[in-house]
Structure formats: C-alpha cells, structure tokens
Design a binder for this molecule. Structure first.
Ligand code: AMP
Length: 546
C-alpha cells in the first residue's frame, strides 16, 4: 500500500515522548500541593522538582552518563518517586527491585540487570551487604533512611548526597525509545525474567490512564486532577500501575504509605483523605480486618482492584462501606494496565448483588489495546462468556521481550501477540472474565510462589517418595500452596518435620518465607496425565471437594 510521507521543514522539532515532559507539567497547575510520606515527611512540587534535579546531579557526580541500570530497594516513598524521574531523565535505567523475592532471586536480578548503583533503604542493607563480592557490576551503594539522619556507616547517605548537589540541572533530550525502567517477574519456573519499558511507552501509558480512568464516563468515579492519590500497590511492582506518573503530571496531592502497616494506612485514610487508590484484593481484606478494631470511614474512596481476581464477597463488603470499586487487569509484561471494569451509566442503580458481580469482573480493553481470547490455534473464541481461551494482546506499551533472553522473549510474542498465560471468557459486551492461569504458579498475598520449586525442595526430604504442590483458594491470601506427599515406604513423616526441612531453604535465601505451606496431605499416589505428568487439574478438583 502507498502512503504519503512529507519531509519535515528544516528546523522542525522532532518532539520525543520523554518522562521529563511529565515532570515539567507538574509545576503548571497546583505546584503547592503536597507529596506526603506516611506520617514522616511532606513537601510540595517545587521541592520534588528541586530534589529530582539534585539526584540527577548526584548520579552524574557518581559517573553515570546514561544507559546505566540503577537498582532501588525502598518502601513506597517520596524518595522512590524522585527515583521514578531522576534516573530515567538522566537516560539511566530505573531497576525497581522486588525485595519480597528470595535473597537468591534478588541477587540474581541485580547481577542479571548489571546494576551499577544500588539505592537501598537501611532495612534492606544487611541483605545487600550479604551479597558482598558477588555483584561485580555494582560500583556504588547509597543508603536511605526514614529519619533525617545523613550518616549510615560506610555508605553515602541519600540525603547527604542530595544536599551537597547543585539545585539546577538541564535534562537533555534523547531518543524516546531509550529504556527507562526494568524489573523482574517470577511468574513461571526458572530464573526471574526481566521486562523493560521505554520513555515513549511510559508516556503513552500515562496518557492511556488519563483517558481510561479520567475521560470515560460510567457508573464508577473518574480519576481527575482534584483527586488525592494514595497507591497501595508496591512501587517496585510495574511502576505502581503507572499512576504515580499521571498523578505527578497534574500535581495531585500524593500520599505514600511507607512500610505497609494496616493501622497506619487507616490513619492516613482518616487524616490525609485520599480519594483514589489501587491495590490487590488481599490488601483490602487486611484493611477491612483492621477497621474492625479502628472504625474508619471509607465512603467516597475510589478504588481500583487488580493483580488477582476480586472475590465477589469482598466487592460486596466494599460497596456496603461506600467504596467506589472497579477491577482492572494487567501483568508485569504489560506496563501494566490493559483492561478495566466498565459499568454503563444506566446500570448505576442496579442492586448490590449485581454491582458486586459487575464491579469484580475483569473488564474490557481500553482504547489502543487490541485483545483477543483465542483457542490453541489462535482463533478467537465465541463471545458467549462460556468458552475459554488465552488472552492475547497488542498495545503500544507492552514489553518488547525479556531482558537478555531472546528465546523466552520470542515465546512471549509468538505469532505477533503477547501471550499472557491467562485463560478467560468474553461476553457479547466485550467484557472478559479471567478463569485461570495456564501455568500453575501460586499467587499468595500478591506474590508468586513457584509450585515446582516447592516440589523440588520437599522432594529432597529423605522420607518423601513423591510430591505435588498446587495453589488452592484462600480467603486471606488469595491462594496458598497445598502439598500432596507420598511418604517413602517405612518412613514416618509429620508436618513439623517437612516444615523444618523447608526452613533451611528459607534460611539460605533460596525460598521466600511465605512459600512455606501449612497444608500437607499424605497420599498413596499422585494423579498423573496420560503422558505421565502430574495432573494438577485433577488434584485441584479433588482438593476442592474436601
Ligand atoms: P504480575 O505479573 O505479578 O503483575 O501478575 C499478573 C497476573 O495476575 C496476571 O497474568 C493474572 O494471572 C493475574 N491478574 C491480574 N489482574 C487480575 C484480575 N483482575 N483478575 C484475575 N487475575 C488477575
């Protein structure tokens, strides 16, 4: 097909979509508004901008001249927000480290990303120090603390570094396809996989959030420049769903909760009055449990739930408390938001049972997201809300592969669509409902647990003949691991013995502490498929009948 292209006039500016433009706008509308860090610090957008410029100078001072990965291990904080901007705006790459991974996995990601600098909260410093001699790429470690101390032993302190730096910095223009952020996902077995996003992708995702959550009118409330924003999903996980970039662009009041503590979050809800948040269902459950001790007014709070299926019973509780709830869907590989709940205006007054069902439904793709639910041949399934298929997606803000891993990147993008590994149905109104995950990883409290890793460690106990681990629904954590164990002949096994055995892998950092199963069952055989693989579908079916 022919198209018309016209050469730009001499001098015409080829505007690049860069994160610096998001920050530049933060000084336009309401720069006096505050960015709050728990009950510890608060400052306005002038200070945010100044500190970002100082951090940029500090990075330059350390010899970073672009393209260098900078790891951050911190709680959700104003400092993290500063890193969201200063690191990519100096053309370096923000590596948000998931400190909930096992120590061995954290070390793997730092080595694999070839991080040159680590900015680390003092709580995680002993962990980083335990990696001494094993991080050849790391040239500098910078320590942050919650108080205003500026001394932390052997390492430069973040505050002292900033304070010593000039307050001006001229952020350069560069190619919008430069990588801005990276982080790792451990959704399947094997080593963690690195995903990465460019400036262009993050800018487009920011505009997409503005349009999808702000422009579209439905029965759920809209996110606007008069909202008070308080994220309840970790900033290390998929850019806190990208909302900090949008909130900063329009200088909203922002509240960052620090180390998660339900009582503190309830305090912040009462005192700072956030109007818009997002979280995984487990967090909401924790807040409701705490609110039984500390009565809290949640009414008018707009809440986006994602990361796991929202149980209808929880949705109902939220609605009864006056929360304006909607679901959304995405994953590490998708920046993340690729789907969101939409309730037409005329359904506003439907009864609570209808609302709970509709508001917990995964939702529909927004503009610029091409999504299909496809069978194994790649053909779209019927829109009957019954036939299942894998969610395949295309959008401008999806990771274009896995870091330094061509093979797994090619599998992700097989056939030109990103394969989510999620199984869903779709109805005639284009709304999807996630039915299951193709892979059998277990998601507990928002964190992945590899069932195969657990099988591997349990199987190493001398009294275990065979083992299978599956995730089963759990009212508090979403899912918890269940282990089916065939004891070796003549050997005795107890839950305590197996837990003691697993504890050593937790102690040496190979396994996360929340991977420890509470549920074990002794069986005489493990169900197998026709080709001799463990049949997890059958196991789950059997367990659900108990
Ligand atoms: P992660 O890459 O850790 O963000 O996890 C992404 C996975 O979480 C997806 O592939 C889904 O399996 C699951 N997930 C995310 N949002 C939802 C949702 N609204 N309902 C059900 N599962 C979800």
């Amino acid at each position: 097909m022919n198209i018309m292209k016209i050469a730009p006039a001499p001098g015409a500016h080829d505007f690049q979509l860069l994160i610096k433009n998001i920050l530049a706008y933060s000084l336009m509308l309401e720069p006096e508004r505050e960015i709050v860090y728990s009950n510890k610090h608060r400052y306005n957008y002038f200070t945010l901008n100044k500190r970002i410029r100082q951090l940029a100078n500090a990075l330059q001072h350390l010899g970073l001249s672009g393209g260098a990965p900078v790891a951050v291990l911190d709680y959700d904080s104003h400092r993290y927000l500063e890193c969201y901007f200063a690191i990519p705006m100096t053309a370096n790459v923000l590596h948000t480290v998931n400190w909930r991974l096992s120590p061995a996995q954290i070390l793997y990601t730092i080595r694999h990303a070839k991080d040159e600098v680590i900015i680390v909260h003092e709580d995680f410093l002993p962990l980083i120090e335990s990696f001494a001699g094993q991080m050849p790429s790391v040239k500098h470690i910078i320590v942050t603390t919650d108080d205003t101390a500026t001394q932390t032993g052997a390492y430069p302190h973040y505050e002292a570094l900033l304070a010593a730096m000039p307050e001006s910095y001229d952020f350069p223009d560069f190619d919008e396809d430069a990588v801005a952020t990276m982080f790792y996902t451990t959704g399947t077995t094997g080593d963690p996989k690195g995903v990465y996003y460019t400036h262009r992708q993050l800018v487009l995702h920011t505009y997409h959030l503005a349009a999808t959550f702000g422009f579209v009118a439905g029965a759920t409330g809209r996110f606007g420049s008069d909202d008070v924003y308080m994220p309840l999903t970790s900033m290390f996980h998929v850019h806190a769903w990208g909302f900090p970039y949008l909130a900063t662009m329009y200088s909203l009041k922002q509240v960052y909760v620090g180390k998660f503590d339900a009582a503190n979050v309830l305090d912040l809800i009462t005192n700072e009055k956030p109007t818009f948040s997002h979280c995984v269902p487990t967090i909401l459950q924790m807040l409701f449990a705490k609110a039984e001790e500390v009565p809290t007014d949640f009414s008018g709070w707009k809440l986006v739930s994602g990361g796991a299926a929202m149980p209808e019973s929880l949705a109902k509780k939220a609605i009864l408390k006056g929360i304006d709830l909607r679901a959304s869907y995405g994953m590490s590989e998708t920046c993340p938001v690729i789907c969101g709940g939409y309730i037409p205006l005329h359904c506003k007054d439907k009864d609570i049972d209808w609302q709970a069902k509709a508001r917990s439904r995964t939702g529909m793709p927004p503009a610029f997201v091409e999504m299909k639910i496809a069978d194994e041949q790649g053909n779209e399934v019927a829109h009957d809300d019954y036939t299942t298929g894998e969610i395949l997606v295309r959008a401008p803000w999806l990771t274009q592969g896995y870091l330094h891993d061509h093979e797994r990147g090619a599998q992700l993008w097989e056939g030109g669509y990103l394969h989510t590994g999620d199984v869903a149905t779709i109805n005639k109104h284009h709304s999807i409902r996630i039915a299951d995950r193709i892979k059998d990883v277990i998601k507990s409290g928002g964190e992945w647990i590899s069932s195969l890793a657990l099988e591997n460690y349990i199987g190493q106990h001398h009294a275990v003949a065979e083992v299978a681990v599956v995730g089963m629904p759990d009212p508090q954590w979403g899912e918890r691991p269940y282990a089916l164990v065939v004891p070796a002949t003549g050997k005795t096994l107890t839950i305590e013995l197996l837990q003691q055995h697993l504890q050593q892998f937790i102690d040496n950092g190979e396994l996360s502490k929340w991977a420890m199963p509470e549920h074990f069952e002794w069986v005489s055989a493990i169900p197998k498929t026709s080709v001799g693989k463990i049949d997890k579908k059958v196991i789950r079916g059997q367990l659900s009948k108990i």
